[in-house]
Every structure is written in structure tokens, then in C-alpha cells.
Design a protein around this ligand. Structure first.
Ligand code: FEO
Length: 176
């Protein structure tokens, strides 16, 4: 069934919001590289890659449902962050906003009785729990570390091992 106008508009906005998320994390990653925090830079770069897959999942969905994709501009982001804590607190606040956006699309989809969109969104509802937890956990660790250079070094090392996986694709399947 063709996607309805209200859901189409909301999903299009979400493509933009996810691309903005990728951009936001890329700006943070660049700043961490400048600050010589290579592990954090890597973690944030992987996060930017994940956000791109989120955008593509919404984008593909619009086209699969015979909708019309629109491509408005993406807002600019900062690359002048002062501290890692400032970045990860911003990331946590940002993820909470994204959760609210996803919940809003779900409300629209349910009001329109668009069960296909609601089903697709369930993946994002679960994903947002993890997204919020990840950024919040790192922000909390940074608060515990405080001014300790050793603590920062250890956390940076811990974050360097993150591996990018496109979890929006079916297991083992490549996107056609
Ligand atoms: Fe795509 Fe971080 O939410």
C-alpha cells in the first residue's frame, strides 16, 4: 500500500534528522582527533556510520512504499567542542530528541492505521534504547574520570575497539 502523505512527510523529516545525526557525530569525531583522543574519534566515527544506515533505512522505506523522497538541506554542526564530556552530554540529549521524533512518527502511523510503518519503526524504538544508553554511559564515565588523565586514557582505549555493523540489514544480507 502506498505510503500516506502524513507518514511520508514525517519519514522524510527523519531521513534528514538521521543525516544530521551522522554529521553531528562526524563533527565530534573530527574534534576528538584534534584533541588526540583517537579512540573516542573512532567510536564517534562508527556512530556517524551507524546514523547513515538509519537514514538509509528510512530512505529505502519511502521508496519501497512508492513514496516521494525530498532532500532539504542538512543543518550545520559544531567542530569546536571544548571537552569530551560536553560532546557526550550533547550526544545523550540529542538521542533523547531522536527518540521523541521516532515516537512522534509512531503516533502518526498508528493514527493513520499504517501498520507497515509502525512495524518498521519498532526496530528504531528498540535501537533508541541502546543509543541513549551508550551516550549516557560514556558521559557518566567521563564525569567519574573528572580531571584524571589516566582515566581519560583508559576510556579512550576502551572506545577504540568499537566495530561498525550495519544492523539495519537482514543478517548476512547485503542491500540490493
Ligand atoms: Fe539514529 Fe542515534 O539515532
Amino acid at each position: 500500500m502506498k505510503i500516506g502523505n502524513k507518514v511520508e512527510e514525517a519519514v522524510n523529516k527523519q531521513v534528514n534528522a538521521e543525516l544530521y545525526s551522522a554529521y553531528l557525530y562526524l563533527g565530534m569525531s573530527a574534534r576528538c582527533t584534534e584533541l588526540n583522543l583517537k579512540g573516542m574519534a573512532h567510536w564517534l566515527y562508527v556512530q556517524a556510520q551507524e546514523e547513515m544506515t538509519h537514514a538509509m533505512k528510512f530512505y529505502r522505506f519511502i521508496l519501497e512504499r512508492n513514496g516521494h523522497a525530498v532532500m532539504p538541506g542538512i543543518e550545520g554542526v559544531s567542530t569546536d567542542w571544548k571537552t569530551p564530556l560536553q560532546m557526550f552530554e550533547t550526544a545523550y540529549a540529542h538521542e533523547q530528541k531522536v527518540t521523541a521524533l521516532i515516537n512522534n512518527i509512531m503516533d502518526i502511523a498508528l493514527a493513520e492505521r499504517d501498520h507497515a510503518t509502525a512495524s518498521m519503526l519498532n526496530w528504531f524504538v528498540d535501537e533508541q534504547v541502546e543509543e541513549e544508553a551508550n551516550s549516557s554511559e560514556i558521559a557518566e564515565k567521563l564525569k567519574l574520570i573528572g580531571e584524571s588523565k589516566e582515566g581519560l586514557f583508559m576510556l579512550d582505549k576502551e572506545l577504540s575497539v568499537r566495530v561498525f555493523v550495519d544492523s539495519t540489514l537482514p543478517a548476512g544480507g547485503a542491500q540490493a
